[in-house]
Ligand binder design. Structure first.
Ligand code: ADP
Ligand code: MG
Length: 568
């Protein structure tokens, strides 16, 4: 009885419209409610705080962040999505901005910082408009019009790229990598990226999933290289297994090949030798059965995600099967796509049609370690880039840079279009939006104008991070573009404007349009919120019913019960 009353009682905030009557009660005890401008300003401030945190990392001269997690692991990075992921942000509107970075990362793999900074700037300017009594719905509408127009303008300044434009692809890779700790090996690494991408390219487009990055610390960046095939950082399980298999029929399994351990810790008391023998026989029978299933499938290579016990190893070796255990899930996925193998969840489910094919699987020396190379895959050639660097942190940061570069080159090939970087595309779009705003007129004009100004945050942040004056930089850029220099961007080394196409600062069109679209979407989403209803956190202060007072804080139940009937 008590619990029901408790669940439907409310703090009554903002609810006492019926003066003199009982307050209207619709929310749960402890629920916090923020409405109107308070909600909008609060959300805008939180979202901007996220953008502000990333600002200093934008561009080649951007700074790095050192993030220490709860168990003391250190990540040093300049990569927007990595930073936000590691920061473990809580505020709901701020989380929406983190989603922008995630979407950007998932869609195009680069331009995350740009998207987040843009979203923050759009919201800042929306906040000013709200103060001037422009309704958020109008602002949203204006922003949407501006985003569509911006997309169009960017398309107009874009130029073509194809898989045989090696020089242009190198520039795209280098632009994506600059400022990411890869400076020491920029030429070498961009060459590897472009070689890998063109080798996996099919019909002019390349799928980044077919380029694998393998990391190994302990050598200089210059010793990084390309290896044909999928490299798996594992050795064959047993010396009696073959170290090379031609015409490989590949089985992928994600079930252990060992005696099935009981789920709970059970103790089995064995009192006689006969019992022990029975027990061991049973164990052996189960393992043998599984191995027989594998042999019967006709596979001569086995990649297993789980363990393979000693007896199974021997049996597999005897059957001439090359087996590898504890293979990473990501490797299994690549193997599956490239060789056409299905991933089986149990030995019983194995079907010979689900075996993959590769011309050769071989153990080879990779940077001083024995690894397994899978080459000549049935469906698709896969290339591995082996990254070397002094320490784990260096290699990890290199890997993030190279990943960005691979994604950038693949994204550029996908649409076959690129735009000048260094703020050039943004300034050109900004100017076009200003005249568009004048044509639109009305109150939307205000929002479109603010959208146009918001785009300048990219070149001005680039300049600021390089230690130059952001306002001067924008004025110079605007002048250059008004004078018809569509490719003029900010030359961070000289603190002046320069033609970005000549400088080789070139980015895929899709990175820019995606960043614009997701920033605008997120800003609009935040703007449309004028009421925040937040459930109280469980175990917080406030009166608890006596039944629940005894529970440890953080117990499930209170927060999640919603309208459920009381169970006590
Ligand atoms: P994001 O996460 O948005 O990709 P980056 O830190 O990679 O952020 O910075 C990207 C920005 O840096 C882009 O606007 C790009 O045009 C610019 N940029 C890259 N290289 C140069 C350069 N050499 N000169 C000027 N701007 C550059
Ligand atoms: Mg980038």
């Amino acid at each position: 009885m008590f619990a029901r009353e408790f669940l439907y009682r409310t703090s009554g905030v903002n609810m006492q419209q019926y003066q003199g009557q009982q307050p209207l009660i619709i929310l749960k005890e402890g629920t916090e409610r923020t409405q109107g401008h308070d909600a909008q300003y609060g959300n805008i401030a939180a979202a901007r705080a996220v953008a502000q945190a990333l600002r200093t990392t934008l561009g080649p001269k951007g700074m790095d962040k050192m993030i220490v997690d709860t168990i003391g692991d250190v990540v040093i990075t300049n990569d927007g999505s990595t930073i936000l992921e590691e920061m473990a942000i809580e505020q709901p509107a701020a989380k929406l901005i983190v989603e922008v970075a995630k979407t950007q990362d998932a869609e195009v793999g680069d331009g995350t910082t740009t998207a987040v900074i843009l979203a923050g700037e759009l919201l800042k300017r929306a906040g000013t408009l709200i103060e001037q009594d422009v309704h958020p719905t109008l602002i949203s509408h204006g922003f949407r019009m501006a985003a569509d127009k911006a997309h169009e303008v960017m398309g107009e300044i874009a130029f073509e790229v194809a898989v045989d434009d090696r020089d242009l692809l190198i520039k795209i890779a280098q632009t994506a990598m600059t400022g990411k700790g890869a400076e020491g090996g920029l030429d070498h690494l961009s060459d590897l990226v472009v070689r890998a991408t063109t080798q996996v390219a099919d019909d002019g487009k390349a799928d980044p999933d077919f380029i694998k990055i393998e990391r190994k610390s302990g050598a200089s960046i210059a010793t990084s290289g390309i290896i044909d095939g999928i490299i798996i950082d594992k050795e064959r399980l047993h010396p009696l297994m073959p170290n090379e298999v031609k015409d490989a029929k590949i089985l992928l399994l994600n079930t252990p090949i060992e005696y099935k351990k009981t789920e709970t810790d059970a103790e089995i008391t064995i009192t006689s030798h006969a019992d022990l023998q029975l027990f061991l026989d049973e164990e052996e029978r189960m393992v043998r059965e599984k191995v027989d299933g594998i042999i019967d499938s006709g596979a001569n290579v086995l990649f297993c995600q789980k363990g393979i016990d000693e007896m199974a190893q021997l049996l597999l070796a005897k059957a001439g099967i090359l087996a590898v255990r504890r293979v990473k899930n990501s490797d299994l996925k690549k193997l599956s796509r490239a060789t056409g193998a299905s991933l089986f969840n149990s030995v019983k489910a194995i079907d010979s049609d689900g075996l993959g094919y590769a011309e050769q699987i071989k153990e080879q020396d990779v940077g001083g370690d024995t690894m397994i190379a899978v080459t000549g895959c049935r469906h698709q050639n896969v290339i591995t880039i082996l990254l070397r660097g002094g320490t784990k942190q260096v290699v990890d940061e290199l890997a993030r840079a190279v990943e960005d570069a691979i994604r950038a080159v693949c994204t550029a090939l996908e649409e076959g279009a690129v735009v000048p970087g260094g703020g050039a595309a943004e300034i050109e779009t900004s100017l076009a939006l200003r005249s568009f705003a004048r044509n639109v007129g009305g109150r939307e004009q205000l929002a479109i104008d603010e959208f146009a100004k918001a785009l300048e945050i990219i070149p001005s942040t680039l300049a600021e991070n390089a230690g130059h004056d952001p306002i001067d930089a924008c004025i110079a850029l605007r002048q250059a573009h008004e004078g018809g220099q569509k490719g003029a961007g900010y030359d961070i080394n000289n603190g002046s404007t320069a033609d970005m196409i000549k400088e080789g600062v070139i980015e895929p069109l899709k990175i820019k349009t995606q960043a614009l679209a997701s920033a605008a979407e997120a800003a609009i989403m935040v703007l449309r919120i004028d009421d925040i209803i937040a459930a109280s956190s469980v175990g917080g202060e406030g009166e608890m019913p006596p039944e629940m007072a005894g529970m440890p804080p953080g117990m499930p139940g209170m927060g999640g019960m919603g309208g459920m009937p009381p169970m006590m």
